[in-house]
Design a protein around this ligand. Structure first.
Ligand SMILES: [Ca+2]
Length: 181
């Protein structure tokens, strides 16, 4: 009886382990450890510089540069392949000294023609970070990709910032655990 219970427990834990969320590992420099010669962040656009003072992990983080407001102040990577009708979780770490303006992180939904799926909430999902939170803080949210999606992208936006904002240790996971239950 006892042995049968053990076997059942082992079996249960084995099937649970097989349904763990999958971290997407094929996206370059989500930890900001790779730095270009001009001190910008490898793989990201130019709206950040590498910062070696107090990263959340490793040797470097990103200090976002604002070149104005809204679209001039977005930091992003190239779009990466993703699956439609699938649940994902985006996690980022942030610290900031903002006393005005705002900063947010989010994703862009992109179709097979590499166009923004703007009929869906403008094609973007945004989440704010808390102004003045100068200790590293993890932020995350889950979302389900729409039918027809072919790519995702990760975006950081600052709007009229007063102060500095830093990002590190970005992670995107495909959520599989919930689907299997
Ligand atoms: Ca780092």
């Amino acid at each position: 009886m006892k042995k049968a219970m053990m076997a059942a427990l082992l079996l249960a834990s084995a099937s649970f382990a097989g349904a763990e969320d999958a971290v997407l590992t094929n996206i370059a420099n989500l930890d900001f450890e790779q730095v270009n010669k001009d001190n910008t962040c490898f793989a990201w656009n130019k709206n950040a510089e590498a910062c070696f003072d107090n990263p959340q992990a490793g040797k470097a983080c990103a200090k976002q540069i604002s070149n104005g407001s809204n679209w001039d102040a977005i930091l992003h990577i190239p779009a990466f392949r993703a699956e439609p009708k699938t649940k994902y979780r985006l996690s980022v770490w942030s610290r900031n000294t903002l006393t005005g303006g705002n900063a947010k992180y989010g994703v862009r939904f992109i179709d097979a023609k590499q166009e923004t799926m703007s009929s869906l909430q403008g094609g973007y999902l945004w989440k704010p970070v808390k102004n003045g939170k100068d200790k590293w803080t993890e932020y995350k949210f889950e979302f389900t990709t729409p039918e027809g999606l072919a790519y995702l992208n990760i975006y950081f936006m600052v709007d009229k910032p007063q102060g500095d904002i830093f990002w590190d240790s970005v992670k995107i996971e495909k959520i599989v655990s919930a689907e299997k239950q």
